[in-house]
Design a protein around this ligand. Sequence first.
Ligand code: GLV
Ligand code: MN
Ligand code: MN
Length: 413
Amino acid sequence: MQITINETRLISELEALAAISELEPPAITRIVYSDADRRAREWFRGLCDEAGLSVRVDAIGNVFVRWEGSEPELAAIGTGSHIDAIPHAGAYDGTVGVLGGLEAIRALQESGMKLRRPIELLLFTAEEPTRFGIGCFGSRLLAGTLDSGAGERLNDPDGATLNELRAAAGYKGTVESVRLPKDHYAGFVELHIEQGPLLEREGIPIGIVTNIAAPSGLRITIEGEGGHAGALLMPYRKDAFCAAAEIVLAVERSAKSTGAIDTCGTVGKCSIHPGAVNSVPSRVQMEVDVRDTDEARRDGVLARIREACADVAARRGVKVEIEVVNADAPAESSRTIVDAISQSADELGLPWKKMVSRAYHDSLFMARIAPMAMIFIPCRDGVSHRPDEYAKPEDIANGARVLAHTLAKLAQA
Ligand code: GLV
Ligand code: MN
Ligand code: MN
């Protein structure tokens, strides 16, 4: 039976979603539980209703869009991604997996196929760490890797808790109820842009992810002593921001010290108190992101950052506190799902290569409760998390084609 992806429909839906942003296009910002997030979800719900798919929303806003199989009691095959977008992001990160997943299901419906297993499309709440400082909290809770205290413990920069924010957004029920049983999915496949340059550079339309690198995040708070920028003389200072600057460079040095191209260290967020040009910084808080395909090597970098913090604290007479926000294990894809993707690409005549995902994805956590693999498509110059992020319509449609064929195979098994 012929499975036909409607490229025009898919691209116009990606464009429509891109227009729902807190910023003027092409810069997309869609923070979880914001007005833009709510509008995007309502719009997406309309598409699911039009397609005649049933929709369940859990207590934190994870959305499950279900196409029933001929044997509804069988474990489902899951697909999906996220629609939240970091500040000044682009239009393709996550959205290609959500709308591409919807298009794949519609293509299967329209083909007249009747599959054995149900297919569930997931829209994960907050893959991005922007609001709560931790990535993938929707899938973490689904996979049971965050404790039930998360509802009160996680809060946004304004101090609002996850429980307050989800209630205000209309999500009811307990955080515990989000967890899925381990046998809910027989398999999970996520379609995503590569967010790196390899597929485009090598002219290969399909990447098959075999491993997802291990992410970690630290929140470092430095307490020094503030004062007047003219009257507090240099020998007597305990400038929290100067200490922070040394720590930022130590993060870079520690990441580079492994000699491995797969180690990355970034300080992407920093706030200075009191934040006045004529006031010596008394307090700095920054967020550090360290990743590696090798968990032990990643942990070695975290240890070196700790040593550097202790050294800076002693030399400069400041107090440095380190909170480990997350230090996750890497994920390995399932051979069966990787094979289903490669066979699908072969049937479609699309060249493919196996690759590692250096970015994290909800699939990192879905791998803990289901066999998982991911489909990557090229994006221009490997650029992501920027307004000029771009994936070609043809590549997006090819990704959705491979996804539809893969879902069909897995749902028949
Ligand atoms: C996901 O957005 C990541 O930062 O890898
Ligand atoms: Mn992202
Ligand atoms: Mn993403």
